[in-house]
Design a protein around this ligand. Structure first.
Ligand SMILES: Nc1ncnc2c1ncn2[C@@H]1O[C@H](COP(=O)(O)OP(=O)(O)OP(=O)(O)O)[C@@H](O)[C@H]1O
Length: 449
């Protein structure tokens, strides 16, 4: 279990001065901020004044029942984790405290170690809850409905197909250039499917070295290979009941393709280093930005697997082929990055709009997103201007050459862009650049290409 790093706000409600002192000392030495009170009235007053994460409540307060304090405290702070302190715990008292909303209970006399352990566990739960709130907020900001709209008739048909297919169990193959939003579509398909409440796992095939991809997907037993110091259940097991999204499936090595085919056909697989077959109920979504038919013809992709994953195949259009969406998406990003950077920018001036509308966007929505984020951060006025946009999208700007007064990373970005435009697969581009595919994948994410 991970120990929470955050400071917790803790309330202690106990009529015994000694208990208040010992508990406070124990929790404060752990770095937490503690407030201790002797009765319900003071407890409620404190809870109105500041948000607490955990409350230790003695069930036997001087003239009152601590049990009665639990519901009003929770009404004030629904996230609060209440620990009931009992003198001689009976199952009935513990059950009653839990029924009223306590998260746990501790019996007197208790040790500092018990208190610390309990606090860490509850703090860990609070951390997870906070994380979920942040993720939900992120999801709300990028709500599928607002994301998946297009002014382009072809894209509208594609979106409609995906909405229909989402409800089924069908494997969907998302095709399209890098950065067109295939992963965004995959998440949306999952979120619109009956599996929405279960996890979606995303595995980007080129991002994981080939020799590790098999164990990443299917898991491994302890000692299955050098370095396998503990067992790993794998991503398939981790998204039981949910969806597994295999990004850039065209880059998957042949031996792993064979194992994936078996899983798709039989819903069965084995962990690395084990002979026992395991079952899993997982829907597969895939994406590729390479020509899979060509890879089949070259013997690099199994034909039988290709037919299996090519049930519903959708081509997500590059941004340059749906220019009517550029300004809508740019406006959305502008609003989003203004919120996250506390800026108030009204929109784009004519020069910026002209540049955005005419640029070819080889990095598609990803490149547009990066350009707008940068412009929002750098922009000073009410409007984003052409000069706030990256040099690469302003037409008059020529590519930097070796020896020009530019940074190494600018040169690298331009060079990688050029090579990607000239080559038909990631492997080919990586081979020319002299770096491995995983490195190229990371560079593309960094530069938004
Ligand atoms: N319709 C959209 N609305 C808002 N943001 C989008 C949209 N499509 C893509 N994006 C953003 O663009 C970036 C690239 O999207 P995504 O990773 O889904 O592309 P991809 O086609 O899967 O790329 P790759 O093939 O390189 O994995 C992400 O930051 C994503 O949030």
């Amino acid at each position: 279990m991970t120990v929470p790093q955050g400071i917790l706000n803790i309330l202690i409600v106990d009529d015994e001065t000694n208990i208040r002192k010992t508990l406070s000392y124990c929790l404060e030495t752990e770095g937490h901020s503690v407030v201790s009170v002797a009765n319900s009235l003071e407890a409620l007053k404190e809870a109105k004044r500041r948000p607490f994460d955990i409350a230790f409540i003695d069930l036997r307060l001087e003239n009152e029942n601590g049990m009665d304090l639990i519901p009003p405290l929770l009404a004030e702070s629904p996230w609060l984790k209440v620990v009931a302190i009992t003198a001689n715990a009976t199952i009935e008292t513990a059950v009653e405290a839990m029924r009223r909303g306590a998260a746990d209970y501790i019996e007197k006399p208790f040790t500092s170690a018990q208190v610390r352990l309990l606090t860490r566990t509850l703090g860990h739960i609070r951390d997870l809850e906070n994380e979920i709130t942040v993720l939900k907020e992120d999801r709300r900001r990028f709500a599928p409905e607002s994301l998946l709209q297009s002014n382009n008739p072809k894209m509208q048909r594609i979106i409609e197909t995906l909405h229909k297919a989402a409800a089924s169990e069908a494997i969907i193959l998302l095709r399209g250039e890098s950065g067109t939003g295939k992963s965004v579509f995959a998440r949306t398909i999952h979120n619109c499917s009956p599996r929405a409440k279960k996890p979606i796992m995303i595995v980007s095939c080129p991002a994981v070295p080939s020799e590790l991809l098999e164990s990443e997907l299917f898991g491994h037993a302890k000692g299955a290979f050098t370095g396998a110091v503990r067992e790993n259940p794998g991503r398939i097991a981790a998204c039981e009941g949910g969806t597994l999204f295999l990004d850039e499936i065209g880059d998957m090595a042949l031996p792993i393709q064979a194992k994936l085919l078996r899983f798709i056909q039989d819903k069965e697989y084995e962990r690395l280093g084990e002979t026992m077959s395991r079952k899993a109920n997982v829907r597969i979504l895939t994406a590729t930005n390479v020509n899979l038919e060509k890879r089949v013809a070259e013997g690099l992709f199994r034909e039988d697997l290709f037919y299996r994953i090519n049930v519903i195949s959708v081509h997500v259009l590059p941004l340059r082929e749906r220019r009517e969406d550029i300004m809508t998406i740019a406006d959305d990003f502008c609003r989003y990055f203004c919120r996250t950077n506390n800026k108030t920018i009204i929109g784009f001036d004519a020069s910026a709009e002209q540049a955005l509308r005419t640029y070819s966007w080889p990095g598609n929505v990803r490149e547009l997103r990066n350009a707008i984020e940068r412009a929002v951060i750098l922009g000073n006025g009410d409007f984003i201007t052409g000069s706030d946009l990256p040099e690469s999208i302003v037409p008059s700007m020529s590519s930097p050459g070796v020896g020009d007064p530019v940074t190494l990373s600018t040169l690298e970005e331009f060079h990688i862009k050029r090579i990607l435009q000239k080559t038909s697969s990631i492997q080919e581009a990586a081979a020319i650049l002299g770096i491995d595919q995983a490195t190229l994948w990371r560079r593309r994410k960094t530069y938004g290409i």
